[in-house]
Design a protein around this ligand. Structure first.
Ligand code: NDP
Length: 251
């Protein structure tokens, strides 16, 4: 069964990790997919992998090198995609970074960078897309936050603030747009194996693992399945929610 047949999806940070897994699964379910990232090599590789997942020769895939914290760059991409595709049904805000440090040692640059890439980007894409979605009389917005946005974490004040901010933003948008048939939800992943978590020291990884009742680290596909559900009609009556996908880490 193709849950997203003929739908168009824009996925920020679709060039790696969780975003790429979402893009591949959406492709397997019949969607046309555009991914955004900043690294040319990763984007080209990801596009190949996503194309390989297609189920219909008519499906279209494209990538753009864009810094999502730059509103002008985001507007240009949205405009181009709307011209090419006529509509964007699904927006997944997944691009994100960490710049961890204890607050005492955290410089302003790392605060600003994390807020800009993780949170301002969500303002940029949603601002650019809400009007077209309203005109199209429908749309789906999925924002990838984090369990850290729910619990906080020592050494991640910037990251936690950006991820909590996404939740407040999403709930507000859900209320603003529900009557226009636009749903906005968050997914809060726990500890997922990607390049973002690869650099964590082994003792930290082991300590995290002891806090996961399901006793395993998540993989990007675990998050992609939740993103497929929220993008599909199966979630047609769900908006303003945070779906935690973390093997039971936070409950
Ligand atoms: P990765 O580091 O594997 O991928 C991050 C993606 O974001 C890449 O595609 C990267 O593209 C893109 N990106 C980063 N900065 C920018 C930018 N300025 N403009 C455009 N794209 C950008 O991370 P994950 O897959 O692990 O994380 C994806 C999301 O999930 C993030 O928001 C993260 O906070 C969240 N998350 C991850 C968890 C985990 O355990 N992995 C846990 C909880 C939440 P490029 O390299 O081409 O710039």
């Amino acid at each position: 069964m193709q849950l997203l047949k003929g739908k168009t999806a824009l996925i920020t940070g679709g060039t790696a990790g969780i975003g790429k897994a979402i893009a591949c699964l959406y492709a397997q379910h019949g969607a046309h997919v555009a991914i955004l990232g900043t690294n040319q090599e990763r984007a080209a590789q990801a596009l190949q992998e996503i194309e390989a997942c297609k189920v219909d020769p008519e499906q279209k895939f494209t990538s753009f090198l864009v810094n999502v914290s730059n509103s002008k760059e985001v507007d240009e991409v949205v405009e181009k995609l709307l011209k090419d595709w006529g509509k964007i049904d699904i927006l997944v805000n997944n691009a994100g970074i960490t710049k961890d440090n204890l607050l005492m040692k955290m410089n302003e640059e790392d605060w600003d960078l994390v807020m800009d890439v993780n949170l301002k980007s969500v303002y940029n894409t949603c601002k650019s897309l809400t009007r077209p979605m309203m005109k199209a009389r429908g749309g789906i917005i999925i924002n990838i936050t984090s369990v850290i946005g729910l619990t906080g974490n020592a050494g991640q004040a910037n990251y936690a603030a950006s991820k909590s901010g996404m939740i407040g933003f999403t709930k507000s948008l859900a209320k603003e747009l529900a009557s226009r048939n636009i749903r906005a939800n968050c997914i809060a992943p726990g500890y997922i194996e990607t390049q973002m978590t690869a650099s964590l020291p082994e003792p930290v990884k082991e300590a995290i693992l002891t806090k996961i009742p399901m006793s395993r680290i998540g993989n990007p596909r675990d998050i992609a399945h939740a993103a497929l559900f929220l993008a599909s009609d199966l979630a047609g009556y769900i908006t303003g929610q945070v779906l935690t996908v973390d093997g039971g880490m936070v409950m």
